[in-house]
Ligand binder design. Sequence first.
Ligand code: GDP
Length: 295
Amino acid sequence: MAFEGLSERLQSALSKLRGKGKVSESDVKAAMREVRLALLEADVNFKVVKDFVARVSERAVGQEVMKSLTPGQQVIKVVNEELTQLMGGQQSKLDLSSKPSVIMMVGLQGAGKTTTTGKLAHHLKKQNKHPLLVAGDVYRPAAIRQLEVLGDQIGLPVFSLGDQENPVEIAERGVAQAKEEGNDVVLIDTAGRLHVDETMMDELKAIREKVEPDEILLVVDAMTGQDAVNVAESFHQEMALTGVVLTKLDGDTRGGAALSVKSVTDCPVKFAGMGEKVDALEPFHPERMASRILG
Ligand code: GDP
């Protein structure tokens, strides 16, 4: 399960405070040293860890905590609140106000972009939306077929022009078809590459200019830790993302990406991929995630 190591380490660091009637500054310090190590070991960005520990420490030795009847519990509450803040505070929802709302899916190969496009369409269908899927990943062999199979499985139409057309053209005509057919959401699967490169970014920008998406969602593999955060930073700089989808949170990912992406990029995580199946996508709830980590 995701965050298992982090969860155990944090719980053990904080358990020493839990039952204490009195908490001294040095108790807090000792606990924060362990919290710091636990976060670093979970591959959370160094600066994020530093700021986090500083904020928690400052609040934990403050009046509000030390003078309370259950100071140990209060410190844990502060950690919970700050973890929630770290992951974005409030749940960040999709903007689906336009008709149709255009959602552009971007990301590196293997991150789970095509799978997530299908999952998100399925999620929206359950909310009574009528999405059109657009197969724009013309470079990865089998990506178009994969999206068509997903479309069949979830009972949604897929717009495709094969892999010989220009992706900008595909996106534009896909959106035009959605308007004609009355689809209220268009999900465009775009081509990824193995690494962030200029050709990919130029192509994505050309698509963005043509279809003016309401949402640009980056799909990143949470298993890759700080690499995922670096990828998010590059994409956000170039593309002005509106959100991130973290995939493979069902695996034994350590937590670094989930805890760092928002702080480092200021771009909210909107969904979490929890498995390979089409219904394994969940809206990302920072508060629930923090509570899950702290047990
Ligand atoms: P793309 O190249 O980014 O389009 O990647 P794919 O959508 O083909 O996904 C790559 C692999 O990751 C596939 O085997 C997917 O089944 C798998 N995958 C995608 N999302 C998740 C997830 O949330 N959890 C798990 N365990 N596997 C996932």
